[in-house]
Design a protein. Structure first.
Length: 145
């Protein structure tokens, strides 16, 4: 499963990469939301519009993630703004926002932005496994529809 991790902190990206890889995720890291969005728009236009991370007709995996995990508070474009922009650009996969700021009032803003859930850092191996499973189920449901 293709996972994108977007976080301005290198140690947090590395931890997420190792955690998802432990459960079979293929991780691509981005240090900024703008870099991820640019890559998504470029990749989805060259993949014939496959924007949910589904396998291409040729059998290869499109360079579109099945799961995106983004930090909420990054310089420049935030994780919430990235969720909004990705959804407007056609992303239909699972989008998770991570935060180190324990503030439950953020949950409605996360949903309004188009993200599926808000989780608190650090990302645990059990949580990563659950996210991969949930994203896989969502992809299967979308493929069946």
């Amino acid at each position: 499963m293709h996972v994108w991790v977007i976080d301005d902190q290198p140690k947090d990206r590395l931890w997420a990469e190792l955690t998802f890889a432990e459960h079979g995720g293929r991780v691509r890291e981005f240090a900024s939301a703008d870099a991820a969005l640019t890559d998504f728009v470029r990749g989805s236009s060259s993949s014939g519009g496959a924007r949910d991370g589904a396998e291409s007709a040729a059998g290869g995996c499109a360079d579109v993630p099945t799961l995106i995990v983004a930090d909420m508070d990054m310089p420049g474009t935030t994780g919430l703004e990235l969720a909004r922009r990705m959804r407007r650009a056609g992303y239909t996969g699972t989008f998770v926002v991570l935060t180190g700021n324990v503030d439950a009032t953020n949950a409605p803003a996360v949903r309004e932005a188009g993200a599926d859930m808000l989780l608190f850092k650090p990302l645990t191996p059990k949580t990563a496994a659950g996210l991969l499973e949930a994203a896989s189920r969502r992809r299967a449901q979308q493929s069946a529809a």
